[in-house]
Design a protein around this ligand. Sequence first.
Ligand code: AMP
Ligand code: ZN
Length: 117
Amino acid sequence: MIDSDCIFCKIVAGDIPSTKVLETDRVFAFRDLYPKAPTHVLVVPKDHYANVAELTAADPALAGEVLRATAEVAAAEGVAESGWRLFSNTGADGGQDVFHVHFHVAGGKPLGRMLSN
Ligand code: AMP
Ligand code: ZN
């Protein structure tokens, strides 16, 4: 399902340009436009779900494919050994800006503590 107003649906469709890192039948990964680390890639299901809760409830197999793709991205980016962080912001307090579920794959430098105080 596609949400015609969703920026990440448009990126998956190629209507908004992105720098693709990985693509499978159901998963797309592209570089974050405003990277916060040397490696900062966003991994999304091609189908539109707002957040992790919606994705996992509707299609846990797809959630697994997305997770597997995050590890493949980390390996392709050369950070599998040095380490990387996977996170998915949800809702207002989570700091979610784009309501098409996405997993941030970040690495390439020490990322510090998980949360600031
Ligand atoms: P979040 O705040 O977790 O919803 O993350 C949204 C992410 O999307 C941010 O890290 C943005 O830098 C990134 N972003 C926004 N627009 C684009 C775009 N057109 N291409 C790639 N990344 C984008
Ligand atoms: Zn979408």
